[in-house]
Design a protein. Structure first.
Length: 374
């Protein structure tokens, strides 16, 4: 099959959707399919290249609206492609809407992975609401299949319930060869949090985690939180750290290069992702990455793997925005070294069983095949 993917950005840009497209496309290539990715040239690199067998065409962009790069040449680029299936992604409207148009012009099936609802703040919220009742509705009406990464999202999303007849649940995956336990010394009483630190990603819950550390510090004075990621809110979070008296307990490490991320997952005792918005948190791939490294996790009921984390006893799941429960979970898990090790091993086992990208890609290929055989 000839597949075109249209994420707004692509590897080496690091993010949930970008990782999803990179790893699934890499496995689709291994299965013998031809995959082309058309995206914005961010970060700036070669305009055309092959990455792990994936043909990548990067386009200059005029600027951004919210978190979406506006690539003026996208319609022309898609029009030139010969494809059997076009696979696009929400919450990035520009690339999704043009993909919809050309799927109809070329009479080819359109697959949409709906990672999360489109939500803005301030004036951007008015734009998002207008889009959601106009172009998004058209996109979902015309999509041949809508993929979601966790079943609960069909009901927690504001816009998906009317399309349940064409929704397919395919979970996210993790590269279990890259993300694995390595021989490195754990740093005592150390937590790790990883996200872009911008307004759009406030739903990852770092504000609540910092408040929880205030309580944890009373029980575990040498608690350390390593924050990975950079963005416009870095100074905001640094100021909060000082305000809460946590200057000696929180370290901001900025952007963490891809080649270093496995080391970070392995060095910490626990990975924490206290996401607070079911409308914005599509899945939380970082949870799977940590578990694949035999590092237990603390997260919230919103995250896609939450039920599996509970069932496999590989971490602790708490309610979103509950600072006391979050703090108690951190204290509980760090106070039992045997539990830490056991949960870590459990996590690796269940990820290998249920969340490999090879398995995800095979499920995607089956969806494509079914649409082409109609």
């Amino acid at each position: 099959m000839k597949i075109v993917q249209t994420p707004v950005r692509f590897y080496p840009f690091i993010g949930g959707v970008e990782n999803y497209v990179y790893y699934s496309s890499k496995e689709l290539v291994k299965l013998g399919h031809n995959v082309t990715v058309i995206c914005a040239n961010e970060p700036s690199t070669e305009k055309e290249e092959v990455v792990d067998g994936i043909k990548v065409k990067r386009l200059s962009y005029l600027g951004k609206i919210a978190n979406t790069n506006v690539t003026s040449r996208l319609p022309f680029a898609i029009s030139k492609e010969d494809f059997d299936i076009i696979h696009t992604h929400i919450p990035t409207p520009w690339s999704a809407d043009w993909s919809n148009i050309f799927s109809k012009l070329k009479r080819k099936p359109l697959v949409v992975t709906y990672h999360n609802d489109i939500i803005g703040s301030g004036f951007a919220d008015y734009i998002a609401r207008f889009y959601n009742v106009t172009a998004l509705k058209l996109l979902l009406n015309q999509a041949d299949r809508i993929i979601i990464t966790q079943p609960n999202y069909l009901h927690s999303s504001l816009y998906l319930e009317d399309y349940s007849d064409k929704v397919e649940v395919i979970p996210n995956g993790v590269d279990v060869e890259k993300f694995r336990p390595i021989n490195i010394t754990k740093e005592k009483n150390t937590l790790f949090f990883l996200s872009l630190l911008d307004e759009f990603h406030k739903y990852k819950g770092l504000d609540y985690l910092l408040k929880a550390i205030i309580k944890v510090k009373k029980e575990i004075p040498d608690i350390k939180l390593i924050v990975g990621g950079k963005g416009a809110l870095l100074d905001y979070y640094a100021d909060l750290t000082e305000k809460y008296g946590l200057k000696n307990n929180v370290e901001f490490h900025g952007f963490i290069p891809d080649e270093k991320i496995v080391e970070y997952y392995n060095k910490c005792n626990v990975f924490v992702l206290p996401s607070i918005s079911s409308k914005q948190e599509g899945f939380g791939i970082v949870v799977l990455e940590a578990l694949a490294c035999e590092t237990p996790v603390i997260s919230t009921e919103i995250v896609g793997a939450a039920a599996d984390v509970k069932n496999s006893n590989s971490g602790i799941i708490v309610p979103p925005k509950d600072v006391d429960e979050l703090a108690d979970a951190i204290i509980k898990i760090l106070s039992d070294e045997h539990k830490l090790k056991k949960m870590g091993k459990n996590g690796r086992i269940f990820v290998e069983k249920s969340y490999t990208w090879h398995k995800v890609a095979k499920m995607m290929a089956n969806v494509y095949k079914e649409l082409l055989e109609k």
